[in-house]
Design a protein around this ligand. Structure first.
Ligand code: ACO
Length: 333
């Protein structure tokens, strides 16, 4: 049995420069700055332009994570790429990041756990490092939503939520118990998979997409918002509690909670439900919207830059998403 443990060596993020305000969305559909802020907390988000790809954003976030870790790209043993918006149907986007970083022959694993993708990715990386098989693993979340949302009034419930961006963490071997991934907790429940999904194009339909399906907007994400809200405020507290029990820590011991950025109201309710003081939770959905698999590393990166997360801090990352999926990671940063 190997006795290796893992830690986060460095975190990086990248968002495209184009800012899309709520006012700009209100010029495309029947919505308002007030409605969006009141229901979600979102003020603006970023959209890619000029053909920018998810892989390109991911490479920029990864380069920053590597630089901060002080590890040369050539020392990366594996790439784990979490997304619900891969650049192409196949191959997975991880290989394009590998190419952009100038790496060769290391394994690239694309995973599809939506907003919980980064949590699943960290858990997989932790397991590979504990096993002794790999030493340095890039875990990436990168999303382009802007090319896949219905920016008409028909799609307004979903379109106002999402933004584009990427975040990355380099996970490596721990050297002591001051910087350590303590535990990971993963869950899924497929019984209501269709309350948040994009149905077309789909290989189980032949042809995979039709004009009729497109006319019915079935190639855009669809969501039963109230059910998803309830899932979030039920499962995220459970995942936080699960980690606290496993690590025998109390709320007062936690320095910072970084929740998935889906809706500021959801996160405020979660904090209230478990009795977490607001200053122990960092949110930045106001500026970036919901960037799905990228939201946790983008938010964590900002918290580190602001000094809200420092080396040795006890940090809880927690997410919920389509699938339905949910989970948490407890770590000493
Ligand atoms: N602007 C203005 N009005 C709107 C908009 C909009 N963008 N979207 C919906 N409305 C209207 C609706 O049509 C409805 O009108 P009606 O009363 O005349 O029928 C009214 O506003 C209320 O709509 P609801 O859907 O009931 O609004 P709700 O209070 O549930 O808020 C929201 C909607 C913000 C989406 C909420 O349900 C929510 O946050 N759910 C969770 C969403 C979420 O977290 N999604 C991300 C999952 S991440 C992932 O895994 C991909």
């Amino acid at each position: 049995m190997s006795s290796y443990r893992s830690r986060i060596l460095g975190v990086g993020a990248y968002v495209p420069p184009r800012v899309v305000t709520n006012h700009e969305l209100a010029s495309l559909m029947e919505t308002s700055n007030e409605w969006i802020i009141e229901r979600t907390g979102i003020e603006e988000r970023r959209w890619v332009s000029d053909g920018q790809t998810g892989a390109q954003m991911a490479a920029k976030a990864s380069e920053q994570a590597l630089e901060r870790a002080g590890v040369p790209a050539q020392d990366v043993d594996m790439i784990i790429y979490a997304t619900l918006s891969p650049d192409y149907n196949f191959p997975g986007t991880g290989v394009f990041v590998q190419r952009l970083l100038g790496l060769k022959e290391i394994p690239c694993l694309d995973i599809r756990q939506q907003c919980t993708g980064f949590i699943y990715g960290l858990s997989i990386a932790d397991s590979f490092i504990r096993s002794g098989q790999y030493k340095n693993i890039l875990v990436i979340g990168s999303e382009i939503h802007s090319s896949g949302i219905d920016v008409t009034t028909r799609g307004r419930d979903v379109a106002v939520l999402f933004g584009d961006g990427a975040g990355a963490a380099l996970v490596g071997r721990a050297v002591d118990d001051q910087q350590l991934i303590l535990s990971t907790h993963l869950h899924a429940d497929g019984s209501e998979a269709e309350i948040l999904w994009t149905e077309y194009p789909a290989s189980c339909h032949n042809p995979r997409i039709t004009v009729e399906a497109m006319n019915e907007a079935k190639h855009f994400p669809r969501m039963v918002g109230k059910k998803v809200f309830k899932h979030a405020v039920t499962r995220m507290p459970q995942a936080i509690m699960e980690g606290m029990v496993k690590n025998q820590v109390q709320l007062k011991d936690i320095d910072m909670v970084i929740p998935h950025q889906a809706n500021l109201r959801i996160n405020q309710m979660v904090a209230q439900m478990i009795g977490l003081p607001p200053e122990k939770m960092h949110n930045n959905i106001q500026k970036y919207g919901n960037t799905t698999a990228a939201s946790i590393p983008i938010c964590m990166n900002e918290a580190i830059e602001l000094g809200k997360i420092q080396r040795g801090h006890l940090v809880c990352l927690v997410a919920f998403g389509a699938g339905l999926t949910w989970g948490s990671v407890f770590l000493r940063y």
